[in-house]
Design a protein around this ligand. Structure first.
Ligand code: ADP
Length: 632
């Protein structure tokens, strides 16, 4: 089977969380089962800076976006140790490299995250044509790629080579749905007939995940329990009704782990290695973790956390529980690695300040250090409010560090609670508690302390976790079954009858407005002036070529966030100068001008704290003079 796997993050190229891990590992497992797999992700600045060998596959792939052709360059690279999985990188510096963050949702960011993924979805539909790889299955992941499902069934329905292509959409976290104003989708050039309730709109707003769920041929999520939970109000994120309707298409498949990357026997980030039969190396990891965290050595237990610091992860429960324990038991240590919401960062900073030598908070994203926390801790805390699957508890079990988790989503499905029975059978792998409350977590931590004092039980728990099979092989086979079901549905098409009824007949693509006359191909580093009507001048710019990219590269992330442009328009015959400011994500400006006059324009880049610099200039353009009299 040919599978095109589309994701906004793929380990090791770009990762902020579990999606990146999955997208880096599942395709390899599918390939190992004999399938032909290709991955697509955007070329972000972080990806560009990597030293991967890349080849250009296509120089200029046409891509309709915002009512224009905005081509991208397609590069190809490979996954280390897995050269048979092609990794395609979509390069459009202006779309994907205007800022460092992938999602454009961080404070002070351009906030153009929706635009880049609306573009990405469009690019994804073009890639099979550019590389002649027409997949049986388009495997889409989360809202960032969900739009491909509606696009293939509508805008691209005339493409015969997509007739046999099924779409499978995986929900990695329903908390992120890609919700945007209708006007934004309109601006991006999404055809008007899709901008309706029951299609891409959900309660008046664009909702890319909802749109994908309606049009996909199969839907999966990353654990069995989460697949059940999202049908209810508490975890359904407002889409529970839609998900109940899609229930026959919905399957929960638990995530595996990339066991080559996450292996205490070979992890290059550990000072010593170990196996389930010899924990000597784990003790050295613990000593190193304490030393590198500025904590004093101890015979007592170390509690570790590696997490995005967001409400979902239940870390607000950890602060009071650890505060009390650290005050009460001088042998306990606590290490947190994470970054995110300022209030949580502050709470852990305070905890560390309050318990010097006993508690540490490293507020960063640091992959090598995350290995050390997983290996060097005795217990791993993950009391999530909700958890679609969770990888950290899998990693901790593989590293012989029993996790303390709440009975929710994938945590419930993957951790076996330490009870008298499971302990005596050697099956216990962690501590599971139910209520989302401080006393419930405290109670679970108490149980962990008791096991810590019983080395026999602790060793058995460690071994049970390390012996469990967290590899992708089994889950990959389940995905293949879902792909096959999706293909069968694609052929029958019944499941889409309701959504597709009332769609316009072909040709389905909207007419491009007059602006489409902008030269095909959009050479980079160009400033374009086009009289839009006698008193309106369209000024558009395309950056990221050899002249401007060096300027942008020299800027820090912070500077890129706050930059603006000035469009300086000079009326040639009178010398009158008009100046307009444009936000950093803009690439066009409409200027009110005088009919019949001649203009030249300059585009300046304003870098706060550094000064302005001229980017591009354009010579004389004459406006038409025939202002037609207004109709009475
Ligand atoms: P989520 O996807 O919700 O963030 P998961 O447990 O599924 O949670 O996956 C988290 C992944 O991100 C793991 O690989 C984890 O090690 C990694 N991770 C999270 N925070 C950090 C951090 N601060 N530094 C390094 N890795 C991190």
């Amino acid at each position: 089977m040919k599978i095109l796997f589309a994701a906004s993050e793929v380990h090791p190229f770009a990762k902020t969380g579990g999606l990146g891990d999955v997208a880096g590992a599942l395709p390899q497992a599918l390939a190992a089962l004999g399938h032909e797999v290709a991955i697509v992700l955007p070329l972000y600045p972080r990806v560009r800076r990597r030293g991967d060998v890349r080849t250009v596959v296509a120089e200029k792939v046409s891509c309709r976006f915002a009512h224009e052709n905005r081509p991208f360059r397609l590069l190809r690279t490979e996954l280390k140790d897995c050269p048979n999985v092609a990794v395609y990188l979509v390069e459009n510096p202006w779309i994907f490299e205007a800022e460092e963050a992938f999602y454009g949702v961080e404070p002070g960011s351009y906030g153009d995250g929706h635009l880049r993924f609306l573009y990405f979805a469009r690019a994804l539909c073009e890639i099979p044509k550019a590389v002649d790889f027409f997949p049986s299955v388009f495997h889409l992941n989360d809202w960032q790629t969900a739009l491909v499902a509606p696009l293939l069934r509508t805008v691209y329905k005339g493409e015969p080579r997509y007739r046999q292509t099924a779409t499978v959409l995986t929900i990695h976290n329903l908390a992120y749905q890609g919700v945007f104003e209708r006007a934004d989708l309109d601006h991006a050039g999404i055809p008007g007939f899709l901008l309706a309730e029951g299609r891409l709109l959900e309660k008046g707003l664009g909702n890319l995940l909802a749109g994908g769920l309606r049009f996909a041929d199969a839907v999966t999520t990353v654990s069995r329990s989460y697949a059940e939970e999202i049908l209810g109000k508490e975890h359904g994120g407002g889409l529970e009704g839609l998900l109940q309707w899609r229930r026959p298409l919905l399957t929960g498949i638990v995530n595996g782990l990339d066991t080559k990357t996450w292996d205490p026997e070979s992890d290059p980030h550990l000072p010593a290695h170990y196996t389930k039969d010899d924990f000597a190396g784990k003790a050295r990891c613990k000593a190193e973790l304490l030393q590198r965290s500025g904590l004093t050595p101890t015979d007592g237990p170390v509690f570790g956390v590696v997490s995005r610091l967001v409400g979902q992860k239940g870390l607000e429960l950890v602060v009071p529980v650890m505060h009390e324990l650290l005050g009460f038991d001088p042998s306990v240590r606590f290490v947190l690695l994470g970054s995110g919401e300022p209030e949580l960062e502050q709470a852990f900073r305070r905890l560390a300040e309050h318990h010097p030598g006993r508690a540490a908070a490293r507020l960063a994203f640091d992959a090598p250090f995350s290995s050390l926390v997983e290996a060097g801790s005795d217990f791993f805390l993950m009391p999530s409010l909700f958890e679609p699957c969770g990888l950290n508890q899998l990693i901790s079990m593989r590293y012989g560090t029993p996790p303390i988790v709440r009975a929710v989503g994938g945590l419930k499905d993957t951790v076996t609670d330490a009870t008298e029975t499971t302990l005596s059978l050697g099956r216990a792998t962690g501590f599971v508690f139910h209520d989302y409350s401080v006393p419930a977590l405290a109670q679970a931590v108490k149980r962990a302390l008791a096991v810590y004092r019983s080395p026999f039980d602790l060793d058995r728990m460690r071994r049970a976790g390390m012996a469990s099979d967290w590899s992708w092989t089994k889950s990959a086979a389940e995905y293949i079954a879902v792909y096959e079901a999706a293909l069968a549905r694609r052929t029958s098409g019944h499941h889409l009858k309701e959504v597709l009824s009332g769609m316009p007949e072909e040709p389905i693509e909207v007419e491009l407005p007059a602006l489409a006359q902008v030269p095909e191909g959009y050479p980079r580093d160009s400033l374009t002036l086009i009289p839009f009507d006698p008193t309106t001048l369209f000024i558009g710019w395309e950056l990221g070529g050899p002249i401007t990219s060096r300027l942008f590269e020299a800027l820090s992330e912070e500077q890129r966030r706050v930059l603006t442009y000035s469009v300086v328009l000079t009326e040639i015959d009178t010398g009158r100068v008009d100046r307009a400011e444009a936000a950093g994500f803009a690439n066009q400006h409409f200027a009110a001008v005088r009919a019949g006059a001649r203009y030249r324009a300059e585009l300046w880049l304003n870098r706060p704290g550094i000064g302005s610099v001229l980017l591009l200039a354009h010579g004389a353009v004459s406006m038409p003079s025939d202002v037609r009299p207004r109709e009475a």
